[in-house]
Design a protein around this ligand. Structure first.
Ligand SMILES: Cc1ncc(COP(=O)(O)O)c(C=O)c1O
Length: 257
């Protein structure tokens, strides 16, 4: 029996009336960004996590970068992280001008090894970026203790671990900032990168292939020749643009705002 990795259609069918009504409400309001929905979601999400507040951006990648910038990480700063993760954990550090410093993982948990973390701290270390892998959190209690001892900030990459807990306490309440992701195929993030590189090879022009790959920085599957930015377009927006253009019989790019 084939077991599907994810099945968005099934979830949609189960909750179709609510989802359709919610989308229709947003379209009818004419407020396609910001509006009331964003602060309402932020407040509900923060309450669910048990955090003081939540700030919504457009992806887990953006959240990681914005979090590091908010904590003043910049050129010359070392940020200790792990290598067995999505490229976004390290590329977000790179895009602030900081330098990712990779440490070993614990052989059992597959998350950051706290002894390796201690050994990697130098006078240039400013932050720690642990990754919670596939719903299994890093040892956040030990990591926070080490961070406080050395006056370091912690940005936790929980993009793969929405809803995870440690001793009954939700992830999102340990680190200085915790980043989550709502990407549709989160548990199979690799699939997106593979699709991007296959896509790129099919295209004829090298420039076009590079432009496509800039969305994730992927070369061959899971190889990253440069630090891409995950600038992927939501298909929902592309669909709406196409519909708007066709209905008006005009080029969507020329539509008045
Ligand atoms: C551990 C981890 N961090 C960050 C990201 C990036 O999240 P997003 O795809 O929402 O940009 C991913 C995506 O796969 C991930 O697995």
């Amino acid at each position: 029996m084939a077991v599907r990795f994810h099945n968005h259609q099934r979830l949609y069918k189960r909750r179709k009336p609510e989802i359709d009504a919610a989308i229709a409400r947003v379209i009818a309001s004419g407020r396609f960004d910001w509006g009331d929905e964003v602060p309402a979601f932020e407040a509900e999400f923060a309450a669910w996590v048990g955090a003081a507040y939540a700030v919504c951006v457009n992806s887990g990648t953006a959240a990681l970068k914005v979090a590091l910038l908010a904590l003043d990480i910049g050129p010359g700063d070392e940020v200790i992280t792990v290598g067995n993760t999505d490229i976004a954990s390290s590329s977000s550090i790179h895009h602030t001008g900081g330098r990712p410093v990779w440490v070993e993982i614990d052989p059992v948990s597959k998350c950051m090894d706290v002894d390796a973390l201690r050994a990697a701290i130098t006078p240039r270390t400013r932050a720690i970026l642990p990754v919670d892998l596939y719903g299994h959190p890093a040892d956040m209690k030990a990591i926070m203790t080490i961070a406080r001892e050395h006056n370091l900030v912690v940005v936790e990459d929980a993009c793969l671990s929405l809803g995870a807990t440690i001793d009954g306490q939700k992830i999102g309440t340990f680190a200085d900032i915790t980043c989550f992701s709502f990407a549709p195929v989160k548990t199979s993030g690799q699939l997106r990168q593979r699709r991007c590189s296959r896509h790129a090879k099919r295209r004829t022009g090298r420039e076009n292939a590079q432009a496509l790959c800039l969305r994730s920085g992927a070369g061959p599957p899971l190889h990253h020749a440069w630090a891409g930015r995950h600038e992927r377009p939501p298909s929902r927006d592309a669909r709406a643009q196409r519909a708007a253009g066709r209905n008006a019989g005009r080029d969507p790019a020329r539509q008045a705002p």
